[in-house]
Write a protein that binds this ligand. Structure first.
Ligand code: G
Ligand code: G
Ligand code: NA
Ligand code: MN
Length: 253
């Protein structure tokens, strides 16, 4: 597959681009956070979605370079928003490979300091799978990152295989309920029960909750009533490139 050889060049030549999807603070009805989602703006093929090239990066040992690019770009974006008077916390997705790499974790902490980005402005989203394969190492790395002030979030919660025993031990701040439980929430009683009990569990463990995959107003209101902290989904906005995101943000308040 041609893309394998091109990905290295893409990272080096800045062909990657970050799109931003807002996370709404449900109590305050304010956009305080975004999730950064990478795309590849390929010179011949146009925008390539991450599902196409993240697995390639994983198979070809390029996740380290890719995630470092994403975090570096997110730090630059943080400052571009600051210049516009916008105070935004940015969440980036890190892969299982990144979490297993001690050098990577130190790099993140140093990079934030070097780029003058407050650690509190950066969230790392980690899937359950990244934890399951080596829980002991994951706990060690997460502890280091969190001790240094980063916010840690468990992504796609409910789709993986982590046990409640593992969840209890994880030094994280936030759970993101997977969109598969949220998209049809009001039509599906089982989803309501799952989301309600996940909120209760998370809150009892001292974790904040983000519901992703909100596609309509009624679902947003239902989640707000149940004291879910944050909401994300197409009802609010799809992931947008910088300029479009800024325009959307300007119109949304
Ligand atoms: O943005 P979209 O819905 O197309 O993303 C599809 C998948 O790609 C999601 O699972 C998302 O987490 C993943 N993804 C998007 N950006 C990144 C990234 O920068 N790093 C990693 N590891 N995964 C990402
Ligand atoms: O795996 P992760 O949670 O990082 O995936 C995030 C992806 O989910 C984003 O690429 C985004 O495009 C997608 N997404 C976000 N909100 C919605 C939504 O409301 N509906 C659907 N179908 N997908 C969404
Ligand atoms: Na994510
Ligand atoms: Mn997710």
């Amino acid at each position: 597959f041609q893309l394998i050889n091109e990905l290295k060049v893409a990272i080096e030549q800045n062909q990657l681009v970050l799109y931003y999807q807002p996370k709404l603070n449900l109590a305050k009805q304010k956009i305080t956070h975004v999730e950064a989602l990478v795309r590849w703006n390929h010179p011949a093929r146009g925008i390539i979605p991450p599902d196409t090239f993240i697995p390639i990066a994983e198979k070809t040992m390029q996740m380290d370079a890719l995630t470092r690019w994403v975090i570096t770009e997110a730090m630059d974006q943080y400052h571009r928003w600051q210049l516009l008077g916008i105070n935004m916390c940015i969440a980036v997705n890190i892969s299982a490979e990144n979490l297993k790499d001690e050098q990577f974790c130190h790099w993140v902490i140093n990079a934030l300091a070097e780029h003058n980005v407050p650690v509190a402005a950066m969230t790392l989203e980690i899937t359950e799978d990244a934890v399951v394969s080596d829980p002991e190492l994951a706990v060690k790395q997460l502890t280091l990152l969190r001790k240094n002030g980063l916010t840690l979030s468990i992504d796609d919660y409910g789709t993986g295989y982590s046990s409640l025993a593992q969840l209890k031990q994880l030094p994280v701040d936030e759970l993101k309920i997977d969109k598969s439980f949220v998209q049809k929430l009001l039509e599906n009683e089982a989803d309501q029960i799952i989301v309600q009990s996940t909120l209760q569990l998370a809150h009892n463990l001292g974790l904040k909750v983000v519901a992703e995959g909100i596609e309509d107003k009624a679902t947003l209101e239902w989640l707000t009533k149940l004291n879910c902290e944050m909401g994300q989904g197409f009802y609010l906005s799809r992931p947008l490139p910088e300029q479009q995101f800024n325009d959307w943000l300007g119109q949304s308040d």
